[in-house]
Design a protein around this ligand. Sequence first.
Ligand code: CUA
Length: 336
Amino acid sequence: MARAGRLRVLWTTAAAGLLLVACGNQELPQNTLDPEGPVARKLDNLIDPVFVVAGLVFVLVQGLVLYSALRFRRRSDDEAPRQVHGNAKLELGWTVAPALILLVVSVATVGTIADINRRAEGADVVNVNVIGHQWWWEFEYPGRGVVTANELHIPAGRPVALKLTSEDVIHSFWPPKLAGKLDVIPGRENFMTVEADEPGTYFGQCAEFCGLSHADMGLRVVAHTSGDFDEWVRTNAAPAERPNEGEAGEGAALFRQKGCASCHTVNGYSAGELGPDLTHLQQRKVFAGAAFELNEQNLRVWLRDPPEEKPGSLMPNLELSEDEITKLIAYLETLK
Ligand code: CUA
């Protein structure tokens, strides 16, 4: 293909790609520019005007550069450009105008920062402690007796005050449609507010490189109606019932024999603290840092060799037989 032809193909592909991205906007689950809660909306209300201003400045500056390069280019070897020095009006203009623009942008930015950093208070507020781990999220509901992982359940239409800290390295909590991102730092407490307008599931992601499986450190925020949230809390605060018979009963015994119990809490049965609390595992749709949908097939693949599925996973390969895996899954399926 001739060079011009190849270039045309390149341009068409790039343009089509950009166009498709624009079309798919509604479908992107992690889109800062599509806020679905008041905190994220405040950020979007800052991003939009600042982007317009920056865009205009970009077009103006690039336009002038292009114009000057063409208009004042050297036309022959012996031609010297006219030498000028100093133009008070112009210099004053390009000093004052950017200063004014930056002033407006900074007032809006500082105002928004102060606004979103204000701690949510009041009887309406739900408090949750967020603890980052390599590579999963722990959510504690103080005063409610609930601990869960990877899925942050909240009531829609109410502010949720998060207190973030980390067990190991620095992570960053980021549910783009509901809030900005905030670092999750060991030995330090950071605070942020999230709120969803409507019930639904919102996707998020650890946004700070935190080791081998950083990319697999996803999260979900599940917003419920007020009644459903209370119901969820009731269910998740209850201890697990322990099966005594059949495959599930044998699985419960294996859970202790194989050492699962020393890392995982199942309220009423085990009290491990290294891995996610599994008391009501079946209330979740995902596991292992929201990297996998929770179903029998995925649990089986996971239990065969966790570090193979998720590089660096602290959960070791326990060399379980297929029969043992079947029994463990039968037990895990009773954790409703
Ligand atoms: Cu945790 Cu990246």
